[in-house]
Design a protein around this ligand. Structure first.
Ligand code: ADP
Ligand code: MG
Length: 240
């Protein structure tokens, strides 16, 4: 679904992504872990073309994607993204948030978009919140709306950037449960997270980054039980 080859990215003199290589196959869940500042968000954003890479190649569905050969907005439809801070439109109701992109970008008729949005709200267990504004929702509910909104574009791949980091501890579980359901349904997912319980339970692969490099990529079970790299061991000791 995704392949990245020798991706590099700098902000000025700061070399943030150093020769990144990753492949993600269909229905896989990859968790990206590592200390703050290690480049996880920049990598995720590069995947969705929210950051411009300096060099390297990005393939989606086996095709190399460049701004010259592809309309990046079309590509973003295949790749959904959920952020730490929800980014819901505050002046729109829950259902208006969900139908915005399908109706405006995909030009889906409003009644169809609404029907689909209602199904998605059922899926994230919020069918009773269709007509409320985001300010009336808990953080966990907002994040589940954000997930429904991303799914409304029918992406093939979902990217999550620390989707539970801004939540009160008691609200983390409901969002992780929604993500686990999505994974169980076969969604291809790349998840930046500090939730090691979720990572060990749901991920197929763990990618550990430090200072802009991939230090270790390993099967989730191996990563937690038998990490290969010294730095990974230290990271796990510090976080778990
Ligand atoms: P992580 O998500 O792992 O915490 P980031 O990808 O957000 O790491 O950041 C990696 C490094 O790049 C950090 O040093 C951060 O300060 C820097 N950085 C991120 N975004 C920008 C930006 N837009 N301009 C300048 N520096 C940035
Ligand atoms: Mg980040």
């Amino acid at each position: 679904m995704i392949k990245i080859e020798n991706l590099n990215k700098s902000f000025g003199s700061l070399h943030v992504l150093k020769d990144i290589n990753i492949s993600v196959y269909e229905s896989e869940v990859v968790c990206l872990v590592g200390a703050s500042g290690s480049g996880k968000s920049t990598l995720l954003r590069s995947l969705n073309f929210l950051e411009k890479k300096d060099n390297g190649r990005i393939f989606i569905h086996g095709k190399e994607i460049t701004p010259k050969t592809h309309n990046i907005n079309d590509v973003r439809q295949t790749v959904g993204m959920v952020f730490q801070h929800f980014n819901l439109f505050p002046h729109k109701t829950v259902i208006e948030n969900i139908i915005e992109a399908p109706t405006m970008v995909k030009k889906i008729p409003k009644n169809e978009a609404i029907a689909e949005a209602k199904k998605l709200l059922q899926k994230v267990d919020l069918e009773d919140k269709a007509n409320v504004y985001p300010s009336k929702l808990s953080g966990g509910q907002k994040q589940r709306v954000a997930i429904a909104r991303a799914l409304a574009m029918q992406p093939d791949i979902m990217l999550f950037d620390e989707p539970t980091s801004a939540l009160d501890p008691e609200l983390v579980g409901e969002v992780l449960a929604t993500m686990k359901e999505l994974a169980d349904e076969g969604m291809t997912m790349v998840v930046v997270t500090h939730e090691m319980g979720f990572a060990s339970e749901v991920a197929d692969w763990i990618v550990y980054m430090d200072e802009g490099r991939i230090i270790e990529r390993n099967k989730a079970s191996e990563f937690f039980e038998n990490p290969k790299e010294k730095r990974t061991k230290e990271f796990l000791q510090a976080t778990m």
